[in-house]
Ligand binder design. Structure first.
Ligand SMILES: Cc1cc2nc3c(=O)[nH]c(=O)nc-3n(C[C@H](O)[C@H](O)[C@H](O)COP(=O)(O)OP(=O)(O)OC[C@H]3O[C@@H](n4cnc5c(N)ncnc54)[C@H](O)[C@@H]3O)c2cc1C
Length: 643
């Protein structure tokens, strides 16, 4: 195993968590301003995490090389984020504080995250809002001009800052402006349309990456003193998800194959408010933001197989099941709880819509109370999107929603400084496993990505680089880079020479069905064992029978996808193993064998209060499961209750 599975928690955090990050920052080594330009840093990924990191490191004076497979950083998946970003500003005076955001996030994650990381996240959340506002991000404001807030699931305070339903896009434009300023200043060099296909590790440290130019097919090597991965999540392993179609696990997985541990792959978030799929061949699902649960009421008809239109069903024949079961949080219970409850009522035969695969999200009360204009001002673009996709008018008919894969809490293992177990390899944003435990609360992914990029990595990378002054990055003509380039080239050619009969998409869809059926919203031992025999069989067939047309020297999207789907196959198997080994239910990981009498997730703190971090042992060999034990000094583990 390379490096160590040492969380490097800040000294004294168990006695004084409120000052742990401040003390840690003071204790870390610094690189003086004139020396920063002597260090090269590679950043892969230009979403919120990568753009904010590259802009900030450039501003500090490091030589940054930024890689993305998009034609512009503005196309990163972060642009899709709708509902908002949390910040413990307490502008509402409703009882919020850094400690409450910390508490809600640890509890929301079902006590499977690291307290030290989460506290730092809550602390810097307030700085993110200031930073974005200073950049000109047009957050919504209240009548007095202060920034407005709305509520998100798992919290009883309003702490979510938003820009209508386009918060991710506006934040990304802010980060992008900061980034382009550095490109113009010459501190950041941008490489677009370049896909990272390997991490180069030498003498037990990350030395660089190997990429393929998506336009010309050219394979090139790039070296640096440190590599920062900010390549997003792996939700598209399910094929159908709310993620952008290009999202994939390849960069993280290739780093895993080079020694970086992969943590908690079984933790996936299924978001409760997505538009239900309308046929077999759909390739993407659409999210309806969680913010809609502020004003929308979720219900199903009391009767099984109800055929009347929603408006014809009288009040006393409706079941507002979340309000009934969880009076304290009502429609704002966390995502895992809302999703599982939707599955329960649909499985019971109370689903609505042509395929009976949804529940209603109804705005009629809110519209009567606040008026159509007020609702349109808050959610107008989301309502338009829904109407365009379904052909139904959500102002007059309730929306239909159903859970879908949305976010991945698992990812590459990192320590408190966001460094993986491979020295010099840092991992930010959704690509790491760090802050959300077994369930992420809404509006906290944007917060984490920007915390990592703007406020954590600028300090921690210096701590790693400080004693490397005078060392040069490796020469990319070195054999270790050459070998990696050859391996990438061989694999690319292999896809084109297989000449099978079925498309990459066919195999991706079949894999997605297996993962959804056996390792989706609910898992059990039998299903997971089935997955572990069926996934490898389908993978073997994929390798023998996939057909990739075209050439390697021009833009070829099925060639790109073949490599990504191959990695999804390996990840899917690990995910099922991880889920099988975790004999408890926690957050988004619901094992039907482990539930309370009321059907809630039942943790086993005695045996599973740990992070599972998997070590790659080479092709065809089982991976080793390591444990990072978790301790809770501030938020004592309890059965989560939202009643
Ligand atoms: C529909 C939707 C709505 C959401 N709404 C919210 C919300 O309201 N609030 C919230 O907090 N969260 C929300 N989320 C979650 C949030 O958007 C994401 O978790 C977050 O934006 C991820 O940011 P990131 O920078 O880590 O990754 P991404 O934005 O996914 O960026 C990844 C980057 O890596 C690059 N990349 C990946 N692999 C490679 C490779 N091999 N080589 C080169 N480049 C590579 C890509 O080009 C891209 O630039 C939402 C998610 C979805 C799907």
């Amino acid at each position: 195993m390379i490096g160590q599975l040492d969380s490097r928690n800040p000294e004294g955090y168990d006695n004084d968590i409120a000052n742990a990050w401040t003390n840690h920052k003071f204790a870390m080594k610094l690189v003086n301003p004139n020396n920063k330009r002597k260090f090269d840093v590679i950043v892969v990924g230009s979403g919120l995490a990568g753009s904010s990191a590259a802009a900030t490191l450039g501003e500090l004076g490091y030589n940054v090389k930024l890689f993305t497979f998009h034609d512009s950083p503005r196309r990163a998946h972060s642009i899709a984020a709708q509902g908002g970003i949390n910040g413990a500003k307490n502008y509402q005076n409703d009882g919020d504080s850094v400690h409450r955001l910390f508490y809600d996030t640890v509890k929301g994650g079902d006590f499977r995250s690291r307290e030290s990381n989460v506290h730092r996240l809550a602390e810097v959340s307030v700085n993110i809002i200031d930073q974005a506002t200073a950049q000109g991000v047009p957050f919504a404001r209240d009548y007095g001009g202060l920034l407005a807030n709305r509520s998100f699931g798992g919290a009883q305070v309003s702490r979510t800052f938003y820009a209508r339903g386009q918060t991710g896009q506006q934040l990304l434009l802010g980060a992008y402006s900061a980034l382009m300023r550095q490109v113009a200043a010459g501190t950041v060099e941008m490489f677009t349309r370049m896909e990272m296909l390997d991490l180069v590790v030498h003498d037990e440290a990350a030395r660089g990456i190997v990429c393929r130019d998506l336009m010309s097919g050219e394979i090139s090597a790039h070296s640096a003193h440190a590599v920062v991965l900010a390549t997003g999540g792996y939700g598209n392993v399910y094929y159908l998800s709310t993620n952008a179609m290009m999202c994939n696990v390849t960069a993280a997985w290739r780093a895993h194959r080079k020694g970086a541990m992969f943590a908690n792959p079984c933790y996936t978030q299924i978001h409760p408010t997505c538009i239900p799929s309308s046929d077999e061949f759909q390739s993407k699902l659409t999210l309806m933001s969680e913010s809609l649960r502020n004003d929308g009421r979720i219900w199903v008809p009391d009767a099984f197989d109800e055929s009347r239109a929603a408006g014809d069903i009288p009040e006393d024949q409706r079941d507002y099941y979340l309000e009934r079961k969880y009076p304290a949080f009502g429609n704002l219970v966390p995502r895992d709880v809302a999703s599982r409850n939707a599955k329960t009522v649909v499985d019971a035969g109370k689903g609505v819509g042509p395929l009976k695969n949804g529940v209603y999200l109804d705005f009629s009360d809110a519209i009567s109370r606040d008026g159509k204009e007020t609702i349109a001002a808050k959610y107008g673009n989301l309502f338009d999107m829904y109407a365009n996709i379904t052909g139904e008018d959500p102002y007059s008919t309730p929306m239909r929603i159903y859970p879908a894969t949305h976010y991945t809490m698992g990812g590459l293992w990192v320590d408190y400084e966001l460094m993986s177990n491979v020295p010099g390899l840092f991992v930010l944003g959704e690509a790491n496993f760090s802050d959300h435990g077994a369930n992420r609360l809404g509006a906290s992914a944007l917060m984490q990505g920007l915390a990592d990029g703007y406020f954590v990595i600028p300090y921690t990378i210096g701590n790693y680089l400080a004693d490397k002054l005078g060392q040069k990055p490796m020469d990319t003509r070195d054999a270790v880079f050459e070998q990696s380039m050859t391996a990438v080239d061989d694999q690319t050619k292999k896809w084109l020479s297989t000449q099978g009969t079925k498309s990459v998409d066919y195999y991706h869809r079949e894999l997605g069905k297996l993962v959804w059926d056996y390792c989706g919203m609910e898992r059990d031992k039998n299903g997971l064992e089935k997955a572990l025999s069926e996934i490898p069989a389908l993978r073997d067939e994929f390798h023998k029978n996939v057909r990739v047309l075209g050439s390697a020297s021009t833009l070829n999207q099925s060639l790109e996808k073949a490599g990504r789907v191959a990695d999804f196959f390996e990840l899917a198997e690990l995910k099922a193993r991880d889920a099988l080994e975790r004999e408890e239910s926690a957050g988004g990981h619901f094992r039907s064998e482990h539930q309370t009498e009321e059907g809630e997730a039942k943790r086993d703190d005695e045996n599973f209060s740990h992070v599972a971090a998997w070590e790659w042992n080479g092709e065809g060999t089982a991976q080793t499961r390591h444990r990072e034990e978790l301790s809770f000094n501030y938020v004592k583990p309890s059965q989560r209750s939202y009643k």
